[in-house]
Design a protein around this ligand. Structure first.
Ligand code: GDP
Length: 620
């Protein structure tokens, strides 16, 4: 199916490359985008930039202008028709630009604050880009904040650096090498772009200021060069449609519309399109293809231009029936007309991104974990990426508002680990029926608009759960111990008939604790079920004193006065005496509780003793 489309590609016709801006919050992504687009400046569209749906387009001529003196200095010929920069920065946008498992984003700018270096979302961005093999540059932003920086607006960075005072230059050098070092720690080879001799092996670092515009010419130049050097094959125009849904929204007078990025191919009115929906594939037909009316033509009847057909790359608004159920981040597939196609295969294809995310998330945890839900494929991917790095296991995923059936699925975890009967919801609403069902089935729901907040809520909840479980487990858990009554003189109460046993004891191995159940051998008797030595339960330790001070435990080598809540039928002198070794009575549940909740309190010797006692008592 692909072959004939591939053959139709031609190097004589390139499409513009699609660029995303990513990075940590507050590094200056929005500001940089504004500066590149000149949103704040009067020039506006006079600068040649055209507004598309969800993206801004920079034609070759504008790029040449903005590069200024660099064009001559670096001898640049712009061969690409232009660059298309996605208007919403962030890794969800990047992640929403997906089609058939690969990314439609051709290039990315990762913004790093030169004063802060690498931050968590920087690293997430790098991970995403590398996993999708998307080439990128790093904008080392906010250089104007270096001490003593002297500014000339919109100057290429290499010219700016030359005229900085000595101290400023050396601060720059040391901060830049710090970032290079941090990148190396992430396994990433990078170099300041003007020292970079190998674009394929080394990522370029481009110092910028989003406020003064310094370094912006350098960024545009690098994007053009990367497009031409590394992407020619990708950006060849080709008739087969590559398209992805960025956003689904209701527009007055138009109804529900889908904002799509058409990366390649031709989309026509009347085309059949297939997309991923909240409840299965959506198949519909394009009713209208719209792009924004250029600024100076605004105020005429509508804000949109209508098209019969549009070639990629272009940001377009599509009107069609049944768009309400479409998931943002879905591929928008169009049957390629020259070859027979199977609609069922396309439907499956279009759902595969979601099913693959679900599969990847649940595979690692054996199906036990929280239920993750988000608003778009991109935000779901970002959420899952985050849960993975936070080591929060996931059992199942979905997209869209939280419905009854999501809650029911999440409640299954009550059978495995009750604390995972929890929904972590990112940027989605909870339906009324969903909320009611959650109450009924005792499913917890955490919602947040910032992924980090979900993590905070969930970890706080898990800490509470663990505390409660630990308190409950303390009654079951038994620490391994071997002890013995110190001498016949150390017996103050013999027990029997409901009396406690009060004796002096030496701990020979492990630790004796308040709550420990104690037993002794029934000499000469075998346990009828295991065939092993039979034991007699004496009772639980209810008090320990060392030098008349109450304590909770006695360690190996220490002695203490020990009070045991003795079984009424058991008495010192009749069933055992000071020559008997006494053991803590371990069982399967006591070992499980110990290992699950008190692992950090166990030393190597404890573990070895536990193995021995397990054998001794025949615990399977
Ligand atoms: P975003 O969260 O990454 O989109 O960051 P913003 O673009 O909203 O910028 C965050 C803050 O940093 C704002 O107060 C900006 O004015 C400021 N900022 C962004 N870029 C620069 C820069 O190059 N220099 C300086 N001095 N401040 C900047």
């Amino acid at each position: 199916r692909m072959r004939s489309a591939v053959e139709a590609r031609t190097p004589d016709r390139l499409r513009s490359s699609i660029v995303c801006i990513m990075g940590h919050v507050d590094t200056g992504k929005t500001k940089l985008l504004d500066n590149i687009r000149r949103t704040n400046v009067q020039e506006g569209e006079a600068g040649g930039i055209t507004q598309q749906i969800g993206a801004s387009f920079f034609p070759a001529e504008t790029l040449r202008e903005r590069m200024g003196s660099l064009v001559e200095k670096k001898n640049i010929t712009v061969k690409v028709p232009g660059l298309m920069i996605i208007d919403t920065p962030g890794h969800e946008s990047f992640s929403n630009l997906r089609s058939r498992g690969s990314s439609l984003c051709d290039l990315a700018i990762v913004v790093v604050d030169i004063m802060h270096g690498l931050e968590p979302q920087t690293i997430e961005s790098l991970t995403m880009l590398r996993s999708k093999k998307t080439p990128f540059v790093i904008a080392l932003n906010k250089v104007d904040r270096l001490y003593g920086w002297s500014t000339v607006k919109d100057r290429p960075f290499i010219e700016s650096l030359e005229v900085q005072p000595e101290g400023t230059r050396s601060e720059f050098e040391s901060r830049a090498s710090q970032v290079l070092l941090q990148l190396a720690e992430q396994g990433l080879n990078a170099e300041l772009y003007y020292k970079n001799k190998d674009f394929k092996e080394y990522v370029s670092l481009i110092p910028t200021s989003a406020i003064t515009g310094e370094g912006v010419p350098d960024i545009l130049m690098m994007l053009v060069l990367l497009s031409q050097k590394m992407l020619v094959d990708r950006v060849m125009w080709c008739p087969e449609v590559q398209c992805t849904v960025l956003e689904v929204k209701v527009i007055e007078g138009l109804g529900t519309t889908a904002d799509v990025i058409l990366a390649n191919g031709t989309l026509k009115r009347g085309d059949q399109i297939v997309m991923c929906g909240f409840s299965g594939p959506v198949v519909t037909r394009v009713r209208e293809l719209l792009t924004p009316r250029p600024l100076r033509e605004m105020r005429v009847k509508t804000d949109y231009l209508h098209h019969e057909s549009i070639d990629g790359a272009m940001g377009i608004k599509i009107c069609a029936n049944n768009l309400e159920g479409v998931v943002a981040g879905s591929a928008c597939l169009v049957p390629y007309k020259d070859v027979p196609y199977d609609l069922e295969v396309l439907k499956e294809d279009v759902m595969s991104d979601l099913s693959q995310l679900a599969k990847a998330a649940s595979e690692v945890n054996g199906g036990v974990g929280v239920y993750a839900i988000a608003s778009t494929l991109g935000s779901l991917e970002a959420l899952l990426e985050f849960l993975k790095t936070s080591k929060i296991p996931v059992s199942a995923v979905n997209i869209g508002p939280i419905h009854k059936k999501d809650v029911m699925k999440a409640s299954i975890m009550h059978q495995f680990k009750s604390e995972y009967a929890t929904i972590l919801a990112f940027d989605v609403n909870l339906t009324k029926e969903g909320a009611d069902m959650a109450k009924e089935l005792n499913v917890r729901i955490f919602t947040a608009e910032i992924i980090y907040h979900l993590f905070d809520q969930f970890t706080a909840y898990m800490a509470d759960v663990r505390k409660a479980q630990q308190a409950a487990a303390a009654l079951t858990a038994v620490f391994p111990c071997v002890c013995q009554i110190s001498s016949p003189e150390h017996v103050w109460c013999r027990g029997g008939g409901g009396d406690p046993i009060l004796v002096g004891m030496d701990v020979k191995e492990g630790t004796l604790r308040v709550g420990t159940p104690i037993c002794v051998e029934r000499k000469g008797q075998k346990d009828p079920t295991t065939g092993l030595q039979a034991y007699l339960d004496i009772g639980r330790v209810i008090g320990i004193e060392i030098n008349r001070k109450q304590v909770n435990m006695v360690k190996v080598g220490q002695s203490a006065a020990v009070k045991i809540d003795a079984v009424t039928t058991v008495q010192f002198g009749r069933h055992f005496d000071h020559t008997y070794e006494m053991y803590s009575h371990v069982t399967r549940p006591s070992i499980d509780a110990l290992k699950e909740f008190f692992r950090e309190d166990l030393v190597n010797e404890d573990l070895q003793l536990l193995v021995r006692l397990k054998k001794q008592f025949g615990v399977l």
